[in-house]
Design a protein around this ligand. Structure first.
Ligand SMILES: Cc1ncc(COP(=O)(O)O)c(C=O)c1O
Length: 492
């Protein structure tokens, strides 16, 4: 008897309905993507019918290839329309101070940032050892870009009170080899907007490009401003801003796989492209990292923007703003919790002021009550915190959050801070990444309940988070690589 359930490639093909059933079964293991109780990874507007529209648009273009815009002008048209919409929203286009703004659709924020760094690096071929200046609150994708592109990263500390870099520190970090200065609008971790105008001014004075990472906030801040929020200038309206990234798969509520990288003018974009004619196959020209690109995400994003329109996004931004205010009030109402920053956008981030209240235990208690939040580890003098990415779908749930938060805190307090077994604690404090052996990793993973018989992850993650929290940064990275490597094993 052939078991057709096992493996992606059964000997005999499986009928349509059964395949879909299997996938539905697997999806049942996931965190809920809808319902307003997930505060990371997924951006849900809670708009009835929008998923169906996006899926239909996606399906209709899934097999179209963005590799060659002359063969598939439908994709070129939709991509140009998305770039135009993003540029217009962010201070570019006819009648603005950036009338010649151009851009590309990429697969996500990380790709947009890698390409912003590549464009900046390749525009300065005379610099043998290029460098970029990035506040430590900048997204980790800048570090990834630096690593992939062999560009040196000059991190700038943030003030623990404001969670922003000072302009003086940014200016001091700029060197003759600096090709790009970055800032965030807002930062992912804490949701604060950097002093973009001042940073762009010091970059311009040094003759260096300035990229604004608005991957997270580029599609919320403009609507919040129109609703009356005091949003500081952060886009092409600011002289000296040379490029901006904005992710449509975040607050434009498009399905995954779409970000836009904008440049103030075509001259700044030229070094982003890669062209190659020195082989016997088709001459290749790629504006982005991927060569073959599915039209699915582009068509789905186009459909989403067309359907929601400016009035839809304004309405969703108002819902999000109110949800943020309600969640922040809930946090303020609990003794022992403190907001890391007054919310300026769509993030609520809080920390514990009570040594007896362990945030990692609290996160587990919230998960047990159906709220999926994101723990953030202590870093460079900043305390551990809990991050909530707030989307419009959260609005109807806000009233339930406060009592559940209070209840979760009441449960976390008597549980007390996580006590790591002393030998694990000693190990985390003394181990260097180089000293990690496969046996040590396996022992650690088993001790933490990772990859065991019950499933890949333990129900409660407080022990894992506590271990990572006490480990130095490089050891954290290495442990994560090893733990994820344990999860990523083929099924046969
Ligand atoms: C500010 C910021 N930049 C970049 C990224 C990376 O985006 P992606 O996960 O789409 O690669 C994120 C993701 O959360 C972000 O918040």
């Amino acid at each position: 008897m052939i078991d057709n359930r096992a493996g992606a490639l059964p000997v005999e093909g499986v009928p349509t309905e059964r395949v879909l059933d299997e996938i539905r079964g697997l999806r049942g293991l996931d965190r809920p993507t809808h319902g307003g109780r997930l505060f990371a990874y997924v951006y849900d507007p809670g708009v009835p019918g929008l998923d169906e529209l996006a899926h239909a648009a996606y399906a209709g273009s899934a097999h179209v290839n963005g590799l060659d815009p002359t063969a598939f002008p439908s994709l070129l048209a939709m991509e140009n329309a998305l770039v135009g919409a993003a540029a217009r929203l962010l201070g570019g286009g006819p009648g603005t101070s950036a009338p010649d703004a151009v851009g590309s659709v990429t697969s996500g924020g990380t790709e947009s940032l890698i390409l912003a760094v590549k464009a900046a690096r390749d525009a300065r071929p005379e610099i043998a050892e290029p460098r970029i200046v990035v506040p430590v609150s900048g997204h980790a994708a800048f570090a990834k870009a630096a690593h992939y592109l062999r560009v040196a990263l000059d991190p700038v500390a943030v003030d623990p009170a404001t969670l922003r870099p000072t302009v003086a520190d940014v200016a001091a970090a700029i060197r003759p080899e600096t090709v790009l200065v970055a800032c965030s609008a807002p930062s992912y971790a804490h949701g604060v907007v950097d002093p973009v105008a001042e940073i762009a001014a010091v970059a311009a004075a040094a003759g260096v490009r300035c990229h604004v990472d608005a991957c997270f906030g580029g599609w919320t801040l403009p609507w919040l401003r129109r609703l009356g929020a005091p949003v500081p200038p952060f886009d092409f309206a600011v002289d000296g801003v040379t490029s901006i990234s904005v992710d449509l798969h975040k607050y434009a509520y498009a399905p995954k796989g779409v970000s836009v990288l904008l440049h103030r003018d075509p001259g700044l974009r030229a070094s982003q492209y890669f062209a190659y004619a020195d082989w016997p196959g088709y001459t290749m020209v790629n504006p982005v990292i991927a060569s073959t690109r599915s039209g699915g995400p582009i068509a789905a994003a186009y459909a989403t923007l067309r359907h929601l329109g400016e009035d839809g996004y304004l309405r969703l931004a108002a819902l999000t703003r109110d949800a943020v205010a309600g969640l922040a009030d809930a946090v303020r109402g609990v003794d022992g919790l403190r907001l890391m920053a007054e919310p300026e956008s769509s993030v609520v981030c809080f920390t514990s002021t009570d040594p007896g209240l362990d945030l990692f235990v609290l996160v587990d208690e919230l998960t047990a009550r159906g709220w999926h939040t994101q723990p953030q580890l202590t870093y460079a003098g900043l305390p551990a915190s809990v991050h909530l990415t707030v989307t419009a779908a959260v609005a109807p749930r806000v009233a339930e959050f406060g009592p559940d938060l209070a209840d979760a805190v009441a449960a976390a307090r008597p549980a007390g801070p996580v006590q790591l077994p002393p030998e694990l604690l000693a190990l985390a404090g003394s181990l260097t990444p180089e000293a990690l052996t496969p046996e040590l990793i396996a022992g650690l993973a088993a001790g933490l309940g990772l990859g065991g018989g019950a499933g890949p992850l333990p129900d409660r993650m407080a022990m894992v988070n506590t271990l990572l929290n006490v480990a130095p940064v490089r050891l954290r990275e290495r442990l994560l690589v090893e733990f994820v490597g344990l999860l990523q094993r083929p099924t046969w």
